[in-house]
Structure formats: structure tokens, C-alpha cells
Design a protein around this ligand. Structure first.
Ligand code: UDP
Length: 139
């Protein structure tokens, strides 16, 4: 089933550098509506669960350390074709390979500290949104 929602996080690197406002502006300008949002910090257990698909990858421990080192902004976004369009807006995982004008090209540091998360499928968007928000917190 195709939905019109995706899930994002502004990651600790971008929060530390003061890019929350600029990133939300890019998201709004691209036509996404914010239907849920919170400023929060992941626990180690949260990060391990959220990224469990990567548990066997060599970068997993560093990823968990990075994602828990400071606060994040978590949000659910709504737009037609949300998952695909948001992945285009944020650009490639590695900012060195991301297109000009994408959020990662503009704000990411490197392949691990890459400023933002965007769900990679409608199914994961629903799982990830529910990981952070109850139904009553989504408008
Ligand atoms: N990541 C990393 N090293 C890598 C690949 C990925 O640290 O070589 C981190 C990075 O923060 C990335 C996250 O793991 O955003 C999830 O990886 P994925 O391949 O799912 O990339 P994404 O869907 O976020 O573009």
C-alpha cells in the first residue's frame, strides 16, 4: 500500500551545528507538511532498535554512538509520494555523492554524520513513525 507519509530525523550533527531551522525551511519549501514533530534524544537501546537492520554492519557501533550523542528532531511528513520525494530532497547517503541543493549536500559532514534520516519505504515510514509517535501525536 502506498501512503503519503514519511519519517525523518534531523540527526545530532545537524542539531549541534544549528541547522534545524534551515533544514525545516527546505522541507517546507519542498511542499512537505509536518504532521508530527518532537525534539528528543535517543537512548542506546532506541538507536540499536531503530537501526537493527544494520546490526551486522561494521559501522553499527559508531552509528549508535553518533545517534545517541545529542538531541535530534523527529518528524512525520506528509506529501504525495512522500517517501520517494523526501529521499530525493535529502540526497545520497554519502554527501560527497549527493546532488547539489540536496539537504545532505548542504548540511552533512560525511557518510555517517549525514544530517538527516529519511525512510526508504512506505512500510518503514509507518514503522519508524510509530516508533517515535503515538497516534494521538500525529495530526
Ligand atoms: N552509515 C554509516 N556508514 C556507512 C553507511 C551508512 O555510518 O558506510 C550510517 C549513515 O548515518 C546512514 C545510516 O547509517 O544514514 C543508515 O544507512 P543507510 O544505508 O540505510 O542509508 P540512508 O538510508 O540513511 O541513506
Amino acid at each position: 500500500m502506498t501512503t503519503n507519509r514519511t519519517f525523518t530525523m534531523i540527526k545530532p550533527d545537524a542539531v549541534e551545528k544549528g541547522h534545524i531551522g534551515a533544514i525545516l525551511e527546505k522541507i517546507n519549501s519542498a511542499g512537505f507538511k509536518i504532521v508530527a514533530m518532537k525534539f528528543t534524544q535517543l537512548s542506546k537501546r532506541d538507536a540499536e532498535k531503530f537501526y537493527e537492520i544494520h546490526a551486522e554492519r561494521p559501522f553499527f557501533a559508531d552509528l549508535v554512538q553518533f545517534m545517541t550523542r545529542g538531541p535530534i528532531v523527529a518528524a512525520v511528513l506528509e506529501k504525495e509520494n512522500a517517501v520517494e520525494d523526501f529521499r530525493a530532497l535529502i540526497g545520497a547517503t554519502n554527501p560527497a555523492e549527493a546532488a547539489e541543493g540536496t539537504i545532505r549536500k548542504m548540511f552533512a559532514t560525511d557518510i555517517s554524520e549525514n544530517a538527516v534520516h529519511g525512510s526508504d519505504s512506505d512500510e518503514n515510514a509507518a514503522i519508524e513513525g510509530a516508533f517515535h509517535f503515538s497516534g494521538r501525536e500525529m495530526y
